[in-house]
Design a protein around this ligand. Structure first.
Ligand SMILES: [Zn+2]
Length: 213
């Protein structure tokens, strides 16, 4: 804890001081983030660090496995993620939604474990049901691979499944149809720092290259 408290001190003396105008502007005008960024709780995956963003740039949702529960008429399931999606699209008018998976994801490994493993932590077992469709896709599309090999691509396929779930939200569908919203599938490789994006036309993940300036 002492490390965090010392960090707050350094933040206030250094980062905040250097960005005082930014914080004052954000406080006065409110937030207007560019994108909704949905990724895993994993402490090694930080959207602001990966994209070298600033406070105010990203509306971030983190959960175990970067799952997006499908739109539910009952409004009883996955409400935290669902509310954030609706708020980001309809109230913050974000132009992009990024679903970002990552290497060595503990939630993906957990999908391969027997649910009885989580009998003492029932919310984990319940939450993992949002990965069941991913497991069905992986089992159907990669039957020849060993369990270990399949684990490697589960994270990548999971992002694509969650992208499909995003498209079950009426606000996402209508905003995308009107051309004011784009959804993206990304994958972050912890060891190399490389970020890949899925190319729907080439049906594969490719490293994101900078094409500006
Ligand atoms: Zn993870």
């Amino acid at each position: 804890m002492q490390k965090l408290i010392a960090g707050i001190h350094r933040f206030q003396k250094q980062y905040w001081s250097a960005n005082q105008e930014l914080f004052e502007r954000l406080a006065e005008r409110g937030q207007s983030p560019e994108a909704l960024f949905i990724t895993c709780c994993d402490s090694r995956v930080d959207p602001v660090v990966i994209t070298h963003s600033q406070p105010g740039d990203l509306f971030i949702v983190k959960n175990m496995g970067n799952f997006v529960p499908p739109y539910s008429e009952s409004r009883l399931e996955g409400t935290g993620v669902a509310a954030a999606v609706e708020y980001a699209v309809e109230h913050l008018h974000v132009r992009d939604i990024i679903v970002c998976g990552h290497s060595d994801c503990g939630a993906m490994k957990a999908l391969y474990m027997d649910r009885s493993h989580y009998s003492g932590t029932p919310h984990i077992g319940q939450w993992l049901k949002y990965g069941e469709q991913t497991m069905r896709v992986v089992t159907a599309c990669y039957p020849e691979l060993s369990r270990e090999e399949r684990l490697e691509i589960t994270s990548e396929e999971n992002v694509l499944v969650q992208m499909e779930n995003l498209r079950t939200y009426p606000v996402v569908l209508s905003a995308a149809k009107e051309g004011r919203l784009h959804v993206h599938a990304w994958f972050f490789e912890i060891r190399t720092g490389c970020v890949h994006r899925y190319s729907p036309s080439r049906e594969q993940y490719e490293p994101i290259r900078y094409e500006g300036e």
